[in-house]
Write a protein that binds this ligand. Sequence first.
Ligand SMILES: Nc1ncnc2c1ncn2[C@@H]1O[C@H](COP(=O)(O)OP(=O)(O)OP(=O)(O)O)[C@@H](O)[C@H]1O
Ligand SMILES: [Mg+2]
Length: 253
Amino acid sequence: MAPRRKKIYEGKAKILYEGPEPGTIVQYFKDDATAGNGQKKATIEGKGVLNNRLCEFFMMGLQNVGIPTHFLRRLNMREQLVRQVEIIPLEVIVRNFAAGSIAKRLGMEEGTALPRPIVEYSYKNDALGDPLVPEEYIIAFGWANQQDLDDIVSLALRVNDFLAGVFYGVGIKLVDFKIEIGRVWDGDFMRLVVADEISPDSCRLWDIKTGEHLDKDVFRRDLGSLTDAYSEVARRLGVLPTNPEPTKPTLIN
Ligand SMILES: Nc1ncnc2c1ncn2[C@@H]1O[C@H](COP(=O)(O)OP(=O)(O)OP(=O)(O)O)[C@@H](O)[C@H]1O
Ligand SMILES: [Mg+2]
């Protein structure tokens, strides 16, 4: 039996537990899926396992190219150990092609290429439905200062370059994604790191050839099986362990 752990927070997709050492937390990936700020809900068997794996793959990849993240290591099928950070209460969204809210707001057809990657922010507040906020609000309300925002934009664009390249290599178009950024303190010094998760829950991924959706829109828009879509992403990235040959009994003589 695993030792009892203190639950810090339970969100829509993950549970946070106190980690084994101070300053660490365990992120447990649930099978729950929500859309429209929790209005649509379901349990999708296997989603948590896939997202834990995929998130590990992206976070390690980012670290390998020098982009700091909260990720420490994967613990098991559903859990990863991360550094505890002070989350900046923003969803940092990067868009390469129009889809979802920007398409609606500006009357653009989904899939239209944007002139350059666009970074936008929404204020993390479920009760308000995570409203879009301009930099002016972020600075005025003290969620981040101008220096932080400059750093956040460059971090977000580096993550975009990395992810877009990785996905392009396996025939997937990175339409948009969102990340959360955390502050890590080293004495008086503060660094910004990529926190929370990167998974098909937080990206829009379209097959380059067919345009098929391989992300949470499959659930939001009832386009088929979400686990099939996420498994396809994992399989293409080489993240999904291929089924081992069933073991045959060995005769010992
Ligand atoms: N390294 C970290 N340290 C502290 N908190 C973190 C870290 N990484 C992610 N979090 C926070 O943990 C929570 C993860 O849970 P989940 O994604 O299920 O939340 P949620 O239902 O989406 O709600 P929220 O609106 O708070 O994101 C989020 O609130 C996220 O901001
Ligand atoms: Mg979340």
